[in-house]
Design a protein around this ligand. Structure first.
Ligand SMILES: *Cc1c(COP(=O)(O)O)cnc(C)c1O
Length: 368
Protein backbone atom coordinates (compact mmCIF):
# COMPACT_ATOMS: atom_id res chain seq x y z
CA UNK A 1 0.00 0.00 0.00
CA UNK A 2 1.28 3.50 -0.87
CA UNK A 3 0.79 6.46 1.47
CA UNK A 4 -0.19 8.43 -1.65
CA UNK A 5 -0.86 6.39 -4.77
CA UNK A 6 0.44 8.36 -7.77
CA UNK A 7 1.01 5.34 -9.99
CA UNK A 8 -2.66 4.44 -10.46
CA UNK A 9 -3.39 8.01 -11.43
CA UNK A 10 -0.66 7.94 -14.09
CA UNK A 11 -1.93 4.62 -15.43
CA UNK A 12 -5.45 6.07 -15.74
CA UNK A 13 -4.27 9.23 -17.52
CA UNK A 14 -1.22 7.87 -19.36
CA UNK A 15 -2.46 8.58 -22.90
CA UNK A 16 -3.39 12.21 -22.21
CA UNK A 17 -0.30 12.93 -20.14
CA UNK A 18 2.12 11.32 -22.61
CA UNK A 19 0.48 13.13 -25.55
CA UNK A 20 0.60 16.48 -23.76
CA UNK A 21 4.29 16.06 -22.88
CA UNK A 22 5.11 14.92 -26.41
CA UNK A 23 3.51 18.07 -27.81
CA UNK A 24 5.91 20.22 -25.74
CA UNK A 25 8.87 18.15 -26.93
CA UNK A 26 7.69 18.70 -30.52
CA UNK A 27 7.15 22.47 -30.35
CA UNK A 28 10.23 23.05 -28.19
CA UNK A 29 8.97 26.02 -26.15
CA UNK A 30 10.08 24.54 -22.86
CA UNK A 31 9.88 27.82 -20.96
CA UNK A 32 6.71 29.94 -21.08
CA UNK A 33 5.28 27.85 -23.91
CA UNK A 34 1.57 27.86 -24.83
CA UNK A 35 0.76 25.33 -22.09
CA UNK A 36 1.63 27.93 -19.44
CA UNK A 37 -1.04 30.39 -20.57
CA UNK A 38 -3.56 27.64 -21.23
CA UNK A 39 -3.12 26.30 -17.71
CA UNK A 40 -3.28 29.78 -16.17
CA UNK A 41 -6.54 30.51 -17.99
CA UNK A 42 -8.10 27.19 -17.01
CA UNK A 43 -7.05 27.45 -13.37
CA UNK A 44 -8.21 31.07 -13.03
CA UNK A 45 -11.63 30.06 -14.37
CA UNK A 46 -11.66 26.98 -12.15
CA UNK A 47 -11.03 28.79 -8.87
CA UNK A 48 -12.92 31.93 -9.88
CA UNK A 49 -10.06 34.43 -9.80
CA UNK A 50 -9.31 37.00 -12.49
CA UNK A 51 -5.60 36.25 -12.73
CA UNK A 52 -3.45 33.15 -12.34
CA UNK A 53 0.35 33.32 -12.47
CA UNK A 54 2.09 29.94 -12.53
CA UNK A 55 5.42 29.78 -10.73
CA UNK A 56 8.21 27.34 -9.95
CA UNK A 57 6.72 25.93 -6.72
CA UNK A 58 4.35 26.65 -3.86
CA UNK A 59 7.25 28.13 -1.94
CA UNK A 60 8.03 30.45 -4.86
CA UNK A 61 4.35 31.42 -5.00
CA UNK A 62 4.52 32.64 -1.40
CA UNK A 63 7.82 34.44 -2.03
CA UNK A 64 6.63 36.19 -5.19
CA UNK A 65 3.31 37.15 -3.56
CA UNK A 66 5.15 38.73 -0.63
CA UNK A 67 7.59 40.47 -3.00
CA UNK A 68 4.66 41.85 -5.02
CA UNK A 69 3.30 43.32 -1.77
CA UNK A 70 6.77 44.88 -1.27
CA UNK A 71 7.29 43.25 2.08
CA UNK A 72 10.29 44.91 3.75
CA UNK A 73 12.69 44.01 6.56
CA UNK A 74 11.01 44.82 9.87
CA UNK A 75 7.50 44.23 8.52
CA UNK A 76 5.33 41.60 10.17
CA UNK A 77 3.10 38.90 8.74
CA UNK A 78 0.65 37.08 11.01
CA UNK A 79 0.47 33.34 10.36
CA UNK A 80 0.11 29.93 11.99
CA UNK A 81 2.97 28.00 13.58
CA UNK A 82 1.26 24.70 12.70
CA UNK A 83 2.19 24.42 9.03
CA UNK A 84 4.90 23.37 6.62
CA UNK A 85 8.07 25.46 7.06
CA UNK A 86 7.71 27.23 3.69
CA UNK A 87 4.86 29.39 5.04
CA UNK A 88 6.99 31.21 7.60
CA UNK A 89 10.25 30.68 5.73
CA UNK A 90 9.43 33.06 2.88
CA UNK A 91 8.42 35.79 5.33
CA UNK A 92 11.68 35.42 7.23
CA UNK A 93 13.73 35.16 4.02
CA UNK A 94 12.58 38.68 3.09
CA UNK A 95 13.75 39.97 6.46
CA UNK A 96 10.25 40.30 7.86
CA UNK A 97 8.91 38.71 11.01
CA UNK A 98 6.46 35.81 11.11
CA UNK A 99 4.14 36.54 14.04
CA UNK A 100 2.49 33.34 15.12
CA UNK A 101 -1.08 32.92 16.31
CA UNK A 102 -2.20 29.60 17.80
CA UNK A 103 -4.59 27.23 16.02
CA UNK A 104 -8.01 25.72 16.74
CA UNK A 105 -7.80 22.30 18.33
CA UNK A 106 -10.55 20.69 16.24
CA UNK A 107 -9.50 21.91 12.74
CA UNK A 108 -5.78 22.71 13.22
CA UNK A 109 -6.32 25.96 11.30
CA UNK A 110 -5.36 29.42 12.59
CA UNK A 111 -7.71 30.67 15.32
CA UNK A 112 -9.24 33.77 13.71
CA UNK A 113 -10.44 35.06 17.09
CA UNK A 114 -6.81 35.40 18.24
CA UNK A 115 -5.47 37.29 15.22
CA UNK A 116 -6.52 40.84 16.19
CA UNK A 117 -4.34 40.76 19.30
CA UNK A 118 -1.29 39.93 17.15
CA UNK A 119 -1.66 42.87 14.78
CA UNK A 120 0.68 45.84 15.26
CA UNK A 121 1.42 48.97 13.18
CA UNK A 122 4.12 46.90 11.40
CA UNK A 123 1.71 44.15 10.28
CA UNK A 124 1.49 44.04 6.48
CA UNK A 125 -0.42 40.83 5.91
CA UNK A 126 -2.22 37.85 7.41
CA UNK A 127 -1.29 34.49 5.94
CA UNK A 128 -3.77 31.77 6.93
CA UNK A 129 -2.98 28.23 5.79
CA UNK A 130 -5.79 25.97 4.54
CA UNK A 131 -4.28 23.03 6.36
CA UNK A 132 -4.86 19.46 5.19
CA UNK A 133 -7.13 20.91 2.49
CA UNK A 134 -9.69 22.90 4.54
CA UNK A 135 -9.89 26.72 4.37
CA UNK A 136 -9.65 28.69 7.60
CA UNK A 137 -12.26 31.26 8.77
CA UNK A 138 -11.69 33.48 5.75
CA UNK A 139 -14.65 35.87 6.22
CA UNK A 140 -13.50 36.81 9.72
CA UNK A 141 -9.88 37.10 8.56
CA UNK A 142 -10.77 39.23 5.51
CA UNK A 143 -13.00 41.52 7.59
CA UNK A 144 -10.24 42.11 10.12
CA UNK A 145 -7.68 42.72 7.36
CA UNK A 146 -9.94 45.23 5.62
CA UNK A 147 -10.45 47.14 8.89
CA UNK A 148 -6.69 47.24 9.48
CA UNK A 149 -5.83 47.85 5.80
CA UNK A 150 -3.57 44.85 5.45
CA UNK A 151 -3.36 42.09 2.86
CA UNK A 152 -4.51 38.48 3.15
CA UNK A 153 -2.55 35.71 1.44
CA UNK A 154 -4.13 32.28 1.63
CA UNK A 155 -1.46 29.57 1.72
CA UNK A 156 -3.61 27.19 -0.28
CA UNK A 157 -0.78 24.77 -1.07
CA UNK A 158 -2.92 21.91 0.24
CA UNK A 159 -6.40 23.10 -0.66
CA UNK A 160 -6.87 23.68 -4.39
CA UNK A 161 -10.43 22.55 -5.14
CA UNK A 162 -11.78 23.07 -1.60
CA UNK A 163 -14.76 25.38 -1.10
CA UNK A 164 -15.70 27.94 1.54
CA UNK A 165 -19.32 29.15 1.55
CA UNK A 166 -19.58 28.08 -2.08
CA UNK A 167 -16.42 29.86 -3.25
CA UNK A 168 -13.17 28.14 -4.10
CA UNK A 169 -9.94 28.12 -2.17
CA UNK A 170 -7.25 30.31 -3.82
CA UNK A 171 -9.93 32.94 -4.58
CA UNK A 172 -11.02 33.55 -0.98
CA UNK A 173 -8.82 36.57 -0.30
CA UNK A 174 -6.68 39.19 -2.06
CA UNK A 175 -4.04 36.62 -2.95
CA UNK A 176 -4.11 32.80 -2.99
CA UNK A 177 -0.99 30.64 -3.40
CA UNK A 178 -1.00 26.96 -4.27
CA UNK A 179 1.50 24.16 -4.91
CA UNK A 180 1.65 21.42 -7.53
CA UNK A 181 4.22 19.33 -5.66
CA UNK A 182 3.52 15.74 -6.82
CA UNK A 183 1.76 14.66 -3.63
CA UNK A 184 -0.57 17.69 -3.40
CA UNK A 185 -4.20 17.26 -4.48
CA UNK A 186 -3.32 18.56 -7.97
CA UNK A 187 0.28 17.53 -8.45
CA UNK A 188 2.63 17.73 -11.43
CA UNK A 189 5.71 15.55 -12.00
CA UNK A 190 8.21 17.91 -10.46
CA UNK A 191 7.86 21.31 -8.83
CA UNK A 192 5.17 23.84 -9.68
CA UNK A 193 2.86 26.37 -8.11
CA UNK A 194 0.46 29.20 -8.85
CA UNK A 195 -0.68 32.55 -7.49
CA UNK A 196 -4.23 33.83 -7.87
CA UNK A 197 -5.55 37.37 -7.53
CA UNK A 198 -8.27 39.68 -8.87
CA UNK A 199 -5.88 42.65 -8.67
CA UNK A 200 -4.44 43.45 -12.13
CA UNK A 201 -1.53 45.54 -10.77
CA UNK A 202 -0.49 42.76 -8.38
CA UNK A 203 -0.77 40.17 -11.16
CA UNK A 204 1.51 42.26 -13.38
CA UNK A 205 4.01 42.65 -10.54
CA UNK A 206 3.97 38.88 -9.96
CA UNK A 207 4.50 38.14 -13.68
CA UNK A 208 7.46 40.49 -13.75
CA UNK A 209 8.99 39.23 -10.49
CA UNK A 210 8.69 35.69 -11.89
CA UNK A 211 11.15 36.62 -14.70
CA UNK A 212 13.81 38.69 -12.91
CA UNK A 213 11.67 41.78 -12.61
CA UNK A 214 11.50 42.33 -16.35
CA UNK A 215 8.73 44.55 -17.67
CA UNK A 216 10.15 43.98 -21.16
CA UNK A 217 13.04 42.00 -22.56
CA UNK A 218 16.18 42.97 -20.60
CA UNK A 219 14.31 45.87 -19.03
CA UNK A 220 14.58 45.08 -15.32
CA UNK A 221 12.25 47.46 -13.51
CA UNK A 222 12.22 45.58 -10.20
CA UNK A 223 14.13 42.92 -8.30
CA UNK A 224 12.77 39.51 -9.19
CA UNK A 225 13.66 35.84 -9.25
CA UNK A 226 13.87 32.98 -11.75
CA UNK A 227 10.53 31.56 -10.71
CA UNK A 228 8.73 30.16 -13.74
CA UNK A 229 6.90 26.85 -13.98
CA UNK A 230 8.06 24.99 -17.10
CA UNK A 231 5.86 24.03 -20.03
CA UNK A 232 6.15 20.26 -19.46
CA UNK A 233 4.85 20.55 -15.89
CA UNK A 234 1.96 22.71 -17.11
CA UNK A 235 1.24 20.07 -19.78
CA UNK A 236 1.05 17.36 -17.11
CA UNK A 237 -1.48 19.41 -15.14
CA UNK A 238 -3.59 20.16 -18.21
CA UNK A 239 -3.96 16.41 -18.69
CA UNK A 240 -4.65 15.85 -15.00
CA UNK A 241 -7.35 18.54 -14.89
CA UNK A 242 -9.51 16.21 -17.00
CA UNK A 243 -10.38 14.07 -14.03
CA UNK A 244 -9.69 16.49 -11.18
CA UNK A 245 -13.38 16.91 -10.29
CA UNK A 246 -13.79 13.15 -10.15
CA UNK A 247 -10.72 12.97 -7.89
CA UNK A 248 -12.16 15.59 -5.55
CA UNK A 249 -15.41 13.61 -5.31
CA UNK A 250 -13.44 10.48 -4.53
CA UNK A 251 -11.41 12.30 -1.85
CA UNK A 252 -14.59 13.68 -0.26
CA UNK A 253 -16.23 10.24 -0.27
CA UNK A 254 -13.11 8.58 1.17
CA UNK A 255 -12.89 11.29 3.83
CA UNK A 256 -16.51 10.69 4.86
CA UNK A 257 -15.90 6.95 4.89
CA UNK A 258 -12.76 7.36 7.04
CA UNK A 259 -14.80 9.45 9.49
CA UNK A 260 -17.36 6.65 9.79
CA UNK A 261 -14.66 4.01 10.21
CA UNK A 262 -12.92 6.09 12.89
CA UNK A 263 -16.09 6.92 14.87
CA UNK A 264 -16.06 3.75 17.02
CA UNK A 265 -12.39 4.38 17.93
CA UNK A 266 -13.08 7.66 19.78
CA UNK A 267 -11.70 9.04 21.99
CA UNK A 268 -8.38 7.28 21.41
CA UNK A 269 -8.40 8.22 17.73
CA UNK A 270 -10.24 11.37 16.69
CA UNK A 271 -10.45 12.81 13.16
CA UNK A 272 -10.01 16.56 12.70
CA UNK A 273 -13.27 18.40 11.96
CA UNK A 274 -14.42 19.98 8.73
CA UNK A 275 -16.78 22.95 9.33
CA UNK A 276 -20.26 22.65 7.74
CA UNK A 277 -19.83 25.77 5.55
CA UNK A 278 -16.70 24.49 3.78
CA UNK A 279 -15.12 21.40 2.29
CA UNK A 280 -11.74 19.76 2.58
CA UNK A 281 -9.91 18.18 -0.34
CA UNK A 282 -8.09 16.00 2.20
CA UNK A 283 -4.57 16.72 1.02
CA UNK A 284 -4.05 14.67 4.16
CA UNK A 285 -6.54 12.64 6.12
CA UNK A 286 -5.32 13.39 9.60
CA UNK A 287 -6.44 12.08 12.98
CA UNK A 288 -5.35 12.82 16.53
CA UNK A 289 -4.09 9.99 18.69
CA UNK A 290 -3.03 10.43 22.31
CA UNK A 291 -0.45 7.66 21.98
CA UNK A 292 0.73 8.52 18.49
CA UNK A 293 4.19 6.98 18.68
CA UNK A 294 2.76 3.61 19.57
CA UNK A 295 0.06 3.80 16.88
CA UNK A 296 2.69 4.73 14.28
CA UNK A 297 4.89 1.74 15.06
CA UNK A 298 1.99 -0.71 15.35
CA UNK A 299 0.65 0.41 11.95
CA UNK A 300 4.11 0.21 10.40
CA UNK A 301 4.42 -3.36 11.66
CA UNK A 302 1.12 -4.10 9.89
CA UNK A 303 2.29 -2.64 6.58
CA UNK A 304 0.26 0.59 6.81
CA UNK A 305 2.28 3.69 5.87
CA UNK A 306 1.55 6.86 7.86
CA UNK A 307 3.10 10.33 8.12
CA UNK A 308 3.17 13.16 10.65
CA UNK A 309 2.27 16.64 9.44
CA UNK A 310 3.94 18.16 11.45
CA UNK A 311 6.03 16.73 14.30
CA UNK A 312 6.98 20.17 15.69
CA UNK A 313 5.27 23.51 15.80
CA UNK A 314 7.44 25.90 13.75
CA UNK A 315 8.43 27.97 16.79
CA UNK A 316 10.01 24.78 18.17
CA UNK A 317 12.11 24.08 15.05
CA UNK A 318 15.84 24.71 15.52
CA UNK A 319 16.06 27.44 12.86
CA UNK A 320 13.12 29.35 14.34
CA UNK A 321 13.26 28.65 18.08
CA UNK A 322 15.81 31.40 18.87
CA UNK A 323 13.34 34.02 17.60
CA UNK A 324 10.39 32.76 19.64
CA UNK A 325 12.02 32.33 23.05
CA UNK A 326 9.46 32.56 25.82
CA UNK A 327 6.53 32.25 23.40
CA UNK A 328 4.27 29.25 23.51
CA UNK A 329 1.46 28.10 21.26
CA UNK A 330 0.03 25.29 23.36
CA UNK A 331 -2.57 23.96 20.92
CA UNK A 332 -0.08 23.86 18.06
CA UNK A 333 2.40 22.07 20.34
CA UNK A 334 -0.27 19.58 21.41
CA UNK A 335 -1.36 18.83 17.84
CA UNK A 336 2.28 18.34 16.85
CA UNK A 337 2.40 15.54 19.45
CA UNK A 338 -0.92 13.97 18.45
CA UNK A 339 -1.51 14.17 14.69
CA UNK A 340 -0.98 11.29 12.31
CA UNK A 341 -2.01 11.14 8.65
CA UNK A 342 -3.40 7.98 7.04
CA UNK A 343 -3.05 6.90 3.40
CA UNK A 344 -5.16 9.11 1.12
CA UNK A 345 -5.47 9.60 -2.62
CA UNK A 346 -8.29 9.47 -5.13
CA UNK A 347 -7.23 5.94 -6.07
CA UNK A 348 -7.27 4.57 -2.53
CA UNK A 349 -9.59 1.55 -2.55
CA UNK A 350 -12.37 0.97 -0.04
CA UNK A 351 -10.89 -2.44 0.72
CA UNK A 352 -7.60 -0.78 1.68
CA UNK A 353 -9.46 1.70 3.84
CA UNK A 354 -11.17 -1.18 5.64
CA UNK A 355 -7.79 -2.82 6.15
CA UNK A 356 -6.38 0.44 7.56
CA UNK A 357 -9.30 0.79 10.00
CA UNK A 358 -8.94 -2.85 11.06
CA UNK A 359 -5.21 -2.36 11.62
CA UNK A 360 -5.84 0.73 13.76
CA UNK A 361 -8.43 -1.17 15.83
CA UNK A 362 -5.95 -3.98 16.31
CA UNK A 363 -3.10 -1.58 17.11
CA UNK A 364 -5.20 0.13 19.79
CA UNK A 365 -6.06 -3.22 21.33
CA UNK A 366 -2.39 -4.24 21.49
CA UNK A 367 -1.45 -0.86 22.97
CA UNK A 368 -4.25 -0.91 25.56
C1 LIG B 1 3.64 22.07 0.20
C2 LIG B 1 3.46 23.32 0.94
C3 LIG B 1 4.14 24.51 0.62
C4 LIG B 1 5.26 24.56 -0.37
O1 LIG B 1 4.96 24.08 -1.64
P1 LIG B 1 6.15 23.53 -2.58
O2 LIG B 1 5.50 23.41 -3.91
O3 LIG B 1 6.60 22.24 -2.00
O4 LIG B 1 7.22 24.55 -2.57
C5 LIG B 1 3.82 25.66 1.32
N1 LIG B 1 2.90 25.67 2.28
C6 LIG B 1 2.23 24.55 2.63
C7 LIG B 1 1.20 24.63 3.70
C8 LIG B 1 2.50 23.35 1.99
O5 LIG B 1 1.85 22.24 2.35
Amino acid sequence: MDFIDLKSQYRALKREIDARIQRVLDHGQYILGPEVRELEEKLAAYVGARHCVTVASGTEALLIALMALELKPGDEVVTTPFTFAATAEMIVLLGAKAVFVDVEEDTANIDAAKIAAAITPRTRAIMPVSLYGQPADMDEINALATRRRIAVIEDAAQSLGATYKGRRSCALSGIGCTSFFPSKPLGCYGDGGAIFTDDAALATAMREIRVHGQSGRYNHTRIGVGGRMDSIQCAVLLAKLERFDWELERRAALGRRYNELMAPLAPRVRPLKVRPDRTSVYAQYTVRAADRGRLESELKARGIPTAVHYPLSLHQQPAYAQHYKGQSFPISEKLAREVISLPMSADLREADQDAIAAAITEALRVAA
